[in-house]
Design a protein around this ligand. Structure first.
Ligand code: OSB
Ligand code: MG
Length: 371
């Protein structure tokens, strides 16, 4: 199907609670929403997950707008039909900028699924109609705050807790959770804040039956992670380091990690996510799960769809709308029931973006008619 117009909305959304990681804290964040209009009146939606600054990766919401407006969208032509495969081919000349690519590619997938009147998760090859929901808990001001927050999320039914760690906030919070809350499903995420010289910290964490330690070392590293995983029992999970199918293959061959999370924004979209899924799960037989970037309900719809794939062997960083926002920008909102989010039977991502709300939250709106 042909696409005649792409609209980018720069919206700013306010999190219910401040979210702190080893690389910084966020309360209000930008989201670039990508809306593609087909020549048949159908439309599709995606979301760029790049942050306000280049902290998680080098991309920012501003670089994403630049790359989308000045390179990716102009590489598409209205005279051609765009399946997601065509899109990847057409934009291959742009190196990197995976989050910008994914925002547009996701919108094309949503459009394709809506045109076929099927849920996106079925189009992607999903095998389950509900996905396991975990929650990612930011660094807290105190151990008391941490215990209270984690208890609250357990009461809400979340199937596993992930806490963010950094030097000075690592072994103590884990010990406190084990002491106060027992053997709950627990993992930690360092967002690349350590090096191999911190081996003693990892040995201490190793005694607490964690499901995994996520991205402990440098954000591009594969070699030191392989070394670390030989020295401790707790599985290593890679996040930042896995930016492409090629990197996933290297991580498998080097034994850098036992698990990876797949964030479609980080790897350039659903097609690249499926390629990683083939390498990591189908060929290597290793488990994965779907990571999040505090997405609005639009981006979360794309995560839910991916999380229905086989091989998703751990709970995902996909929480209910109310964990992030006072009100989400989709209808219906995403809800967690008994620890699961239902994969919708409606076409596409299965939720409708609230256009009035989105227009109201937009600080910028860029309309590009395809050449
Ligand atoms: O490392 O997984 C991460 C949020 C922003 C940037 C990086 C990460 C995260 C999260 C949040 O952990 C997961 C979520 O969206 O619930
Ligand atoms: Mg992470």
């Amino acid at each position: 199907m042909a696409v005649k117009r792409v609209i980018l909305y720069e919206v700013w959304v306010r999190l219910r609670r401040r979210f702190e990681t080893s690389f910084g804290a966020t309360r209000e964040r930008p989201a670039i929403l990508v809306r593609v209009l087909g020549d048949d009146g159908e439309e599709g939606w995606g979301e760029v997950v790049a942050g306000e600054g280049p902290w998680y990766s080098y991309e920012t919401y501003e670089t994403a707008i630049h790359i989308l407006r000045d390179y990716l969208i102009p590489l598409m032509s209205r005279r051609r039909a765009y399946t997601p495969v065509d899109f990847i081919e057409a934009t291959r000349v742009v190196r990197g900028h995976n989050m910008a690519k994914a925002g547009l590619e996701h919108a094309l997938w949503d459009l394709e699924a809506r045109r076929r009147r099927i849920p996106l998760w079925r189009l992607l090859g999903g095998v389950r109609d509900r996905v396991e929901s975990g929650v990612s808990v930011g660094i807290q001001p105190s151990i008391d705050d941490l215990i209270e927050t984690v208890s609250h999320h357990l009461d809400e039914g979340y199937r596993r807790i992930k806490i963010k760690i950094k030097p000075g906030w690592d072994v103590e919070p884990v010990k406190a959770i084990r002491r106060e809350l027992g053997d709950i499903p627990l993992q930690v995420d360092a967002n690349a804040a350590y090096s191999l010289s911190d081996i003693q910290t990892f040995r201490d964490l190793d005694d607490h039956n964690l499901l995994m330690i996520e991205q402990p070392l440098h954000y591009e590293d594969l070699l030191d992670h392989a070394e670390l995983s030989r020295r401790i029992r707790t599985p290593i999970c890679l996040d930042e380091s896995i930016t492409s199918p090629r990197r996933a293959l290297e991580a498998h061959k080097l034994d850098s990690a036992q698990v990876i999370n797949v964030k479609p924004g980080r790897v350039g979209g659903h097609l690249e996510s499926l390629r990683i899924h083939r390498i990591w799960y189908e060929e290597a037989g290793r488990p994965l799960w779907i990571g999040g970037m505090l997405e609005t309900g639009i981006g979360r719809g794309h995560l839910v769809a991916l999380a229905t794939l086989p091989g998703v062997g751990y709970p995902n960083d996909i929480s209910g709308s109310s964990r992030y926002y006072e009100s989400d920008i989709v209808e219906p909102e995403w809800v967690v029931e008994n620890g699961y989010i239902r994969a919708p039977e409606r076409p596409g991502i299965g939720v409708e973006p609230l256009l009035d709300e989105i227009e109201m939250l937009s600080r910028r709106r860029i309309v590009v008619d395809l050449p």
